[in-house]
Design a protein around this ligand. Structure first.
Ligand code: G6P
Ligand code: MN
Length: 413
């Protein structure tokens, strides 16, 4: 199998290679292609990846290229992890909403809209290249804001694309460890949108244990008030904290992007010396658990048995209260690459209303970006729970446009 990684010069890529090497007796990957724009970073990352492969005893060739089409054309699986605008862009997304008294986050609220505005045009270009040069490849989208990126791709292309986020799986693992079970023994009815999901029911070896989880929610997550979980009757992922308790996150703490910039500088410095263990220790300071999950997903593509994955896919009728064309994040069964999303019914009314509203927000945001329409973006912001007012929506949009223009992303051109 050949795997290409777009955004492969990201310094955390070696963690992905390490996960591939661990499972490679089953995966049988013989070639990994790293694609990135900076020759220097690509070379440093490639060198470390090669050392890790050698250490694992696996036979995987690591190839690096600045030519994206070369990487796309020659792959069975294409993983995309680009960050358009880099960490500077992320810092902007995380910081400017604070000026409006809103949570600043790279995927949530105004920060997520700003990120989507930079990212979607580039992702559409990549999707176009995949359609042209390698339509049958599996396309795994890690790039955020994953849900909106998938919506844009799905509007224009018919690719074998899925978006994968680690948060649902993290929640399921926590539930499993609370139940002292293996996560494979659990079936969770996970549903919602990316970074906006709940679990409706949990079954342990076929027995409904939802009530037990709801009553003990504080043992699973300590930030979201357990009373909310009881009131709603569904188990939220941790990202819901930004909606349930925004006041807690209106801090003057340095943005996450600033922490990552400092860590990146340290890692790049260490990479010059080349001590593998020291570099890996630094890389592991960022807990990039998603790499393990996507490698398990790639392994499952070939498996003869059904396995459970939470994926961002086209809704169809999985959630009957949302349009068919929406992108939803739901539990799916998969065997040999065939994906069967598990329909979820009996969703609590308040949860349904929240998802319905955010779905419309995401849909309008993507439409506004695709059509370069400020009116549609204002319409979107007016239904986001953080924004709501027309005047606020206008000011937020102006800030987003100005900020991105300063970073040389001129959305309206
Ligand atoms: C979670 C989210 C990802 C996000 C990541 C950021 O894992 O699911 O979508 O990219 O957090 O982690 P970071 O280390 O970049 O702050
Ligand atoms: Mn995510």
């Amino acid at each position: 199998m050949k795997i290409s990684i777009i955004g492969g010069s990201g310094i955390y890529t070696p963690l992905l290679i390490d996960e591939i090497a661990k499972l490679n007796d089953r995966l049988k990957v013989d070639r990994v292609i790293l694609n990135g724009r900076s020759a220097g970073k690509l070379k440093a990352v490639k060198t470390l990846c090669e050392k890790l492969v050698r250490r694992s005893g696996q036979d995987i060739e690591v190839h690096a290229t600045e030519d994206r089409i070369e990487a796309i054309a020659d792959a069975d699986v294409i993983i995309c992890q680009i960050r358009v605008g880099g960490l500077e862009g992320r810092a902007f997304d995380e910081e400017f909403p604070r000026e409006f008294g809103m949570v600043g986050e790279e995927t949530v609220g105004p920060g997520g809209l700003s990120n989507a505005m930079r990212t979607i045009p580039v992702m559409l270009q990549i999707a176009d290249e995949i359609e042209r040069y390698n339509k049958s490849a599996i396309f795994i989208v890690l790039t955020n804001p994953c849900g909106m990126v998938m919506r844009a791709i799905n509007r224009r292309y018919r690719l074998k694309a899925v978006g994968i986020c680690d948060m649902p799986r993290n929640l399921i693992n926590k539930i499993a460890s609370f139940l002292k079970a293996e996560s494979g023994e659990i079936l969770a009815e996970y549903f919602g949108l990316n970074h906006f999901g709940w679990i409706n029911r949990v079954y342990l070896s076929g027995v409904d244990v939802t009530k037990n989880i709801i009553e003990n929610y504080e043992k699973i997550d300590t930030i979201i008030d357990k009373e909310i979980v009881k009131i709603q009757g569904a188990i939220p992922i941790s990202y819901l904290k930004y909606y349930f308790h925004p006041e807690m996150f209106l801090t003057s703490k340095p943005a996450r992007a600033r922490e990552l910039m400092a860590l990146e500088a340290e890692i790049l410095n260490e990479m010059q010396d080349g001590d593998v263990d020291r570099i890996m220790n630094l890389l592991n300071r960022r807990s990039a658990v998603w790499y393990r999950y996507i490698v398990e997903y790639i392994k499952a593509l070939k498996d003869d048995d059904w396995s459970y994955h939470v994926l961002n896919v086209k809704n169809n009728s999985t959630l009957d209260f949302l349009p068919e064309n929406s992108i939803v994040e739901v539990g799916c069964l998969m065997k040999k690459g065939v994906i069967k999303p598990i329909p979820v019914r009996d969703v609590p009314q308040s949860v349904k209303a929240m998802i319905f509203q955010l779905d419309a927000y995401e849909e309008l945001t993507v439409e506004g970006i695709l059509n370069k329409s400020c009116d549609t973006l204002i319409e979107a912001l007016m239904i986001h729970p953080f924004v709501r007012s027309y005047d606020m929506a206008k000011s937020v949009l102006k800030k987003v446009l100005d900020g991105n223009r300063k970073m040389a992303f001129d959305f309206l051109r």
